[in-house]
Design a protein around this ligand. Sequence first.
Ligand code: PLP
Length: 401
Amino acid sequence: MYDLKPIPEPHVMSTYGRVPVMLTHGRGCRVWDDQGREYLDALAGIAVNTLGHAHPRLVRALQDQVGQLIHTSNYHHHPYTEPLAAALCERSGLDKVFFCSSGLEANEAALKLARKFGHDKGIARPEIVVYERAFHGRSLATLSATGNPKVQAGFEPLVEGFIRVPANDLDALHRATNGNPNVVAVFFEAIQGEGGVHPLQPDYIAGVRALCDQRDWLLMIDEVQCGMGRTGRWFAHQWANIRPDVMPLAKGLGSGVPVGAVVAGPRAAQIFQPGNHGTTFGGNPLAMRAGLETIRIMEDEGLLDNAARQGQHLLTQLWAELHAVPGVREVRGKGLMIGIELDRPCGDLVLRCARAGLLISVTADRVVRLVPPLILTRAEADEIIAKLVPQVRTFLDETSA
Ligand SMILES: *Cc1c(COP(=O)(O)O)cnc(C)c1O
């Protein structure tokens, strides 16, 4: 076990409870700290490093791009914007893309799209359906859409115009919206990530799609965390065989370079006109090159299939090893997005695992979350299990009354 000591950062705002590890470099699914200690990375920068660390092809493409242009304004064209937009449209079956730099920014754009969709129809006070346990970001609008009181506390007044419903309950959605002429959109994550890795059922997603068609609402699916191949399809909603009208992306899209996108289908692709929306960094040459090269490498290396295969292996093996352990409630997820729910708060496992050379996170207080790079090998998947299971067992033993 590594002996980890606190690292002071007196000039950095304390918005995070950081693990006392100073990471300096990485390769594949491994990272190292300034003491030379090695960690297996089952967190991937929170579902960001699709290709792991220092992927040679991505490094070459980014080095080349840094030597040409890092940033230009959106007042001009450059060579990778349209190809990346086309690549996302082709893989989603949607029509047009707006580029930005983060998840909340993509969601903020989606919320603005929904409101303008309403205003264009003559609805002066549009309302958007959102979900319990949802997470959509930390801006005022996206934290208002988020279904976690802890994210909202201290930042009231919240942005208005949201109706909240529970997931996977079509009747509840009907009840919450019946007779309300101001509803313009339904907005959810295909798999709720920060909320504890709760998948929405494909039947439910298809049911909401049908309702949106019937009522002329936009179906907006936040794929910021579960998209970009993580579940074994390009986008997690594709398991329900439907298309959304609006799909925010970010996290895994640039494999570590900040890039976000809102992909829109025919009903939403024409809503924004020049002057309606914008962002300085969005769609810059470095970000576009990162996104495009990430997609190419994912296809050349068969990473969607790999995510599905290794994910299934992890799910099966973790369940086999943990289902009989008192305190373990459930192992769930899809592809390389896996949650292990315990019966008690388990934030302490993050530090315990780091001491054992494994990077993970805990979300929604009680859920161990695994979102490793999509290049994970079978041997690395087995290593995650071998490192994690004893920590979970010991933790449960030591915290049992
Ligand atoms: C992480 C996340 C966001 C916010 O993304 P940021 O880049 O941190 O702003 C939004 N939605 C979902 C589903 C996320 O997982």
